[in-house]
Design a binder for this molecule. Structure first.
Ligand SMILES: Nc1nc2c(ncn2[C@@H]2O[C@H](COP(=O)(O)OP(=O)(O)OP(=O)(O)O)[C@@H](O)[C@H]2O)c(=O)[nH]1
Ligand SMILES: [Mg+2]
Length: 427
């Protein structure tokens, strides 16, 4: 984190409705706040079966919150759950400071991190969709404005009347249509790229998992070991949501088997569904993969919740039947031997070469399992096929006969079918 940046002091608040996951979700909220350049000076929690529809916390707790806000001199409150427009309005009225909910917080982080045009458009779309149902706030705000309070949750629209509300709504809707159109165009370009890749029959492997688990670090380690010399490294940072764009690299294992590895956006629990929807095309690299490698920070005491979060998010983007292996990463921070393979799981460290090589072995086993050894007799005038085989398959033997070259190679099922007619039948 950049320490020269001033941090906004905040109070985080949460309702303990699910004791099993509550501590984890509050820890995560505090981490998210820090990722948004906030300093959590105090955390208030209340145990309730359900939120108070008007004020989220109960009346007494709101009074306590108001006092804490004054005592600690904070100007923002961060709530662990998504709040309704009227809850936002009422809490702001009572405490006289801004309140932002979990969804708004995650959207702010994404907005600050987005670099590429596509990521920016995706975040904007998610933000607009979050704002649209909250526009009512500005209609009722006319009353509030007369009494001198504001409302918002970070995305305030100061309306001057019903017609202003309608105008705001139309402006938002127009913008949504426009952003959707632009996104569709850039996703069309992505699809074309993906189609071209699909044609090459190179298997694809996607790194998925909770944010900060080490996906990008593994990607870089694999690029170092198996990438081209001029392959660019991806960004690694000790912060939530370092990666918002998908990167894809072609990696070649020593026996010439190659695959595409993609690194993409990390997950967090209660990832706003507007964001998940908006990032669908970015996440398509995962939905179209032949194999997923779920990266887990094994040293984190909350790892089980993180795995659950990842699996739920994958389901939400429509991934439920792609084979998956689990990389239990950051083992170097624990007192445990690595690399250690347990079935399809690998205890490993992203900065450890033997770990990365073992991960490559697992990927190879999973992705190239339908490979078969075939001897093909390629006529001399089909030199391009011989070059293709040399470049794309593992050649076990090459012999020259008077009617052509006999190549014995490991072929995937597509290539085996494609070159069936050259199959050597008599020795
Ligand atoms: N000690 C240790 N640190 C690691 C390991 N792998 C990653 N890290 C560190 O963990 C932090 C996050 O790593 P990233 O690779 O950026 O994580 P990510 O999963 O890509 O995160 P997002 O892009 O936010 O989803 C960085 O500070 C890395 O240096 C590991 O095996 N051991
Ligand atoms: Mg990353």
């Amino acid at each position: 984190m950049d320490l020269t940046q001033t941090l906004t002091p905040v109070v985080t608040i949460g309702l303990n409705q699910h004791p099993n996951s509550f501590d984890y979700s509050m820890t995560e909220l505090n981490n998210l706040a820090e990722a948004n350049n906030m300093k959590v000076v105090e955390t208030l929690i209340q145990k309730l079966d359900r939120p108070d529809p008007a004020t989220y916390f109960g009346k007494g707790k709101i009074e306590e919150l108001t006092q804490v806000v004054i005592d600690d001199g904070v100007d923002t409150i961060v709530a662990n759950d998504e709040l309704s427009p009227s809850q936002i309005r009422n809490i702001e009225k009572a405490t006289r400071v801004r309140i932002i909910d979990r969804t708004g917080l995650i959207l702010e982080i994404f907005a600050n991190r987005a670099q590429s045009r596509e990521a920016k458009l995706q975040v904007e779309l998610a933000k607009l969709k979050y704002q649209l149902p909250r526009l009512h706030t500005s209609a009722s705000q006319r009353l509030d404005q007369q009494t001198g309070t504001s409302s918002g949750g970070g995305f305030t629209n100061r309306g001057a009347g019903e017609s202003q509300y309608e105008l705001n709504q139309r402006t938002l809707e127009n913008r949504i249509t426009h952003v959707n159109r632009e996104l569709k165009e850039s996703s069309k370009a992505d699809q074309t790229k993906r189609k071209q890749r699909d044609k090459s029959d190179t298997p694809t492997v996607a790194l998925v998992g909770y944010t900060n688990a080490g996906k990008s670090t593994i990607m870089n380690g694999m690029i170092n070991l198996f990438g081209d010399n001029d392959d660019k490294q991806v960004m690694v940072k000790d912060m939530l949501f370092a990666t918002l764009d998908t990167s894809v690299r072609k990696l070649s294992l020593p026996d010439q088997k190659s695959f595409l590895l993609s690194d993409t956006v990390g997950f967090v629990s209660q990832l706003p569904h507007q964001l998940v929807q908006a990032f669908k095309s970015t996440l398509a690299e995962a939905t179209n993969a032949d194999l997923l490698v779920q990266v887990v920070d094994y040293s984190d005491p909350h790892r089980e919740m993180m795995i659950k979060t990842t699996e739920e998010t994958l389901k939400e983007i429509g991934v439920d039947n792609i084979p998956m292996v689990v990389a239990l990463n950051k083992a170097d921070k624990m007192d445990i031997a690595y690399p250690t393979r347990e079935g399809d799981n690998l205890i490993m460290a992203a900065t450890d070469q033997p770990s990365l090589k073992e991960l490559a072995n697992i990927i190879k086993e999973k992705v190239f399992k339908d490979y078969q050894t075939r001897s093909l007799l390629i006529p001399f005038d089909k030199g391009d096929i011989v070059s293709y085989l040399n470049d794309n398959t593992t050649i076990l033997k090459t012999d020259y006969r008077e009617n052509g070259t006999v190549v014995t190679a490991e072929l995937n099922s597509v290539d085996a079918k494609r070159f069936e007619k050259y199959l050597l039948t008599t020795e």
